[in-house]
Ligand binder design. Structure first.
Ligand SMILES: NC(=O)c1ccc[n+]([C@@H]2O[C@H](COP(=O)([O-])OP(=O)(O)OC[C@H]3O[C@@H](n4cnc5c(N)ncnc54)[C@H](OP(=O)(O)O)[C@@H]3O)[C@@H](O)[C@H]2O)c1
Length: 317
């Protein structure tokens, strides 16, 4: 009897936790986007795809900026079908190649007259090197998006009010920026153990928050605003590089206790669409709410230094 009672309480708590904490808040904006153009990087799967579906349903012209032609075109077919929109376009973009980022930006600027919202969503959680020899997570999660944003900034300014949304993570709280390692190895850290990969992922997500902080300062006086965010813990493909044994044991937990991708895109949509948050440009959001960050994530000197180093690494300076 006692055991049954304990079991009942555990199931009850798990259910309430899932219904309230896991699901989280929904983006309540009713904004329509007819005549507006949005880019979503990494939109062939995960929260990028559900973000793109929602924006397409609101009438936006949605550019799916994805690295794989095959996966991008499959997503194009699915997103067009689910949203009922004929305004969804696939354009190839590999954020792990500065050449690809430049060529994407050139094609985009030539073929599309507008850019109203840029959503830097793509991300990796695995060790490796980019085509240009940068640490993979630093290169894809930060530098690729840094270059992309800079190359598209004039168009965003012309189309203001416009927004840049950088998908970071709560993992940024554990991040640090090791400038010595960056200068020597073009990576935030070296090593391949589970904990090391987690550390460099967190470091790259701290870069996203610092980039947003510095970008907001540089955008003062324009009609472009920017935001960074944590989307929640999501049952997506992000952990694809982890061992299949670990994935097997974690699956039941992630299915039950993590957000699905539709719940996981709500804070991105909030930052992209919500009226009245313009004065919060440069801030970090979670669960559709602005959040305070630790000092290291709003350190003016570090953010400026990271900006200047990123400029050098991608040939902008
Ligand atoms: N999942 C979570 O719990 C969680 C928590 C906090 C933050 N986030 C952040 O949320 C964002 C989206 O993640 P997700 O969970 O939706 O993961 P996901 O399902 O793995 O999706 C990641 C997307 O990024 C794309 N991508 C990876 N490398 C790329 C490259 N070099 N160039 C262009 N696109 C590339 C992937 O393309 P391919 O399919 O071709 O690989 C995929 O479309 C990431 O920034 C992640 O860091 C996720």
């Amino acid at each position: 009897m006692f055991l049954l009672l304990v079991l009942g309480v555990v199931i009850g708590v798990a259910y309430i936790y899932r219904e309230i904490i896991v699901k989280g808040k929904k983006c309540t904006s009713k904004t329509k986007l007819h005549g507006k153009t949005v880019i979503v990087t990494g939109s062939n799967t995960g929260i990028g795809k559900t973000t793109a579906i929602d924006l397409a349903k609101r009438g936006a012209r949605v550019i799916l900026a994805c690295r794989s032609k095959q996966r991008g075109e499959a997503a194009l077919e699915e997103i067009s079908r689910v949203s009922g929109s004929s305004q969804v376009v696939f354009m190839q973009l590999d954020l792990g190649s500065l050449k690809s980022v430049r060529s994407f930006a050139e094609n985009f600027l030539k073929s599309e007259p507008r850019l109203d919202i840029l959503i830097n969503n793509a991300g990796v959680h695995m060790q490796g090197r980019t085509e240009d020899g940068l640490g993979l997570m630093f290169g894809v999660n930060h530098v690729g998006h840094f270059l992309l944003t800079n190359l598209l900034l004039e168009r965003l300014k012309e189309c203001g009010p416009s927004r840049v949304v950088n998908v970071s993570s709560t993992a940024h709280n554990f991040g640090k920026i090791d400038f010595d390692c960056l200068n020597t190895h073009k990576a935030l850290g070296l090593g391949t153990s589970f904990m090391e990969v987690l550390q460099y992922y967190s470091d790259s997500k701290l870069c996203n928050v610092l980039f947003t902080h510095e970008l907001a300062k540089r955008l003062q006086g324009t009609k472009v605003t920017c935001y960074s965010l944590h989307p929640g813990a999501i049952n997506s493909e992000l952990s694809r590089s982890q061992s299949s044994v670990l994935k097997f044991f974690l699956k039941p937990i992630t299915v039950y206790f993590f957000k699905n991708t539709e719940q996981g895109c709500q804070t991105t949509l909030h930052c992209a669409l919500q009226d009245g948050i313009e004065h919060l440009s440069g801030h970090y959001f979670s669960n559709c709410t602005v959040r305070e960050v630790y000092d290291k994530a709003k350190d003016d000197a570090v953010a400026k230094k990271l900006w200047e180093l990123s400029e050098r690494l991608c040939g902008l300076a």
